[in-house]
Design a binder for this molecule. Structure first.
Ligand code: KQY
Length: 354
């Protein structure tokens, strides 16, 4: 699995529309997704998967020469988790892993039902691209639950991958074996938890990511009263003692956590109620994180929250990615739906000899 900073041929997205996840008929979310797509399209091509019913609307809102639209049925719009994880071989051939998807936990804490259209997204994307596919039938995983350095190391969380609502029939060692086999990695670094209240059961992409081999960026708080405090401390302990696949210790950079951010009563009232869908309430702290950004060809597309920490987050990203142009895009609306920019995007590596 190439690292995210390696050259892309394009980025994939899917169009939001389900009213029990996105408020006000998903119109504010569609504006937010469009802004993300346009920001990425300044750096590389974007393909957006759109239902037949939303085709005209999406076409009109995504009027950018670098944005392609393909018609596709989905259950929601989190292509990081429903799309393929692209891999490449030494000759530069790009293929995709098609993980089984169960909506972040199936009938044990999953976020909606049915989810079979989302489970078909990876296959459809790979067929459109003419890429060979490795299906992991019965092995559940979402792309947002892993990050790699492209040199044999993978970071994940126990909270998610060892959760009994994903692969209860497999041990940690057996899960590692599947990851090694499909992603050609040698070392797995297990953080105990992800961010507090992350409805994905602690996806690592909302908490900690690689910025280059040997260096990670970790969401951080020094406030001992913040429920994220013990999570950050525990992750730091693991990262400080870890060695990557090349035997290197890790440099850990810290990224402040915005907020605490809560949805307003008005925002919650705009979300349809449906059996099995996530309840929305202003009392629930949202899992806002600046770590949930996407690396594109020459750019960083990161969320801003109109929070006092936005400027510091931007400065940190500029310092860590001096060769990239950092673009902050409004992230609140995407956060209201349960994730952020990394969760709604999936990079496709360029075919190049490695
Ligand atoms: O953050 C993600 N990777 C997905 C979040 C799904 C939220 C559904 N409400």
């Amino acid at each position: 699995m190439p690292a995210e900073w390696e050259p892309h041929s394009q980025t994939w997205m899917a169009w939001p529309e389900r009213p029990d996840n996105w408020r006000n008929g998903a119109k504010p979310a569609q504006a937010a997704f469009s802004a993300v797509a346009r920001a990425i399209a300044e750096f590389e091509p974007v393909t957006v998967c759109v239902s037949a019913g939303q085709y005209d609307n999406a076409r009109a809102r995504l009027n950018h020469g670098n944005i392609r639209i393909v018609e596709m049925s989905t259950d929601d719009a989190w292509v990081r988790d429903t799309g393929p994880t692209f891999v490449s071989n030494a000759a530069g051939e790009v293929r995709g892993v098609d993980w089984t998807f169960n909506a972040w936990g199936g009938f044990d804490g999953g976020l909606y039902w049915p989810w079979q259209r989302d489970d078909q997204v990876a296959r459809k994307v790979l067929e459109i691209e003419g890429c060979q596919r490795y299906r992991t039938e019965g092995f559940v995983l979402e792309g947002g639950s892993i990050h790699v350095d492209g040199e044999g190391t993978l970071i994940t969380t126990e909270e998610c991958l060892l959760n009994l609502n994903r692969n209860p029939h497999l041990s940690r060692e057996q899960i590692e074996a599947v990851l090694r086999e499909h992603l050609a990695i040698d070392t797995v670094i297990w953080l105990p938890d992800g961010l507090f209240n992350d409805e994905t059961d602690g996806h690592v992409d909302n908490f900690c990511c690689y910025v280059r081999p040997g260096e990670v960026l970790l969401a951080w708080t020094d406030d001992a009263g913040d429920p994220n405090y013990p999570r950050c401390q525990a992750a730091m302990r693991v990262l400080e003692s870890a060695r990557d696949a090349k035997g290197r210790p890790l440099v850990v950079h810290k990224m402040p956590i915005p907020g605490p951010i809560h949805a307003t009563a008005e925002e919650c009232a705009g979300v349809d109620t449906a059996e099995g869908s996530q309840p929305r309430d202003p009392s629930i702290r949202l899992a806002g994180s600046y770590v949930n950004f996407l690396i594109v060809n020459g750019g960083i597309i990161a969320p801003r929250f109109d929070d006092p920490k936005d400027a510091e987050a931007e400065a940190i990203l500029k310092r860590l990615f001096p060769g990239h142009r950092v673009v902050l895009v409004p992230g609140r609306e995407i956060l209201l739906g349960g994730g952020n920019i990394h969760c709604i995007t999936q990079q496709q590596p360029a075919a190049q000899q490695r």
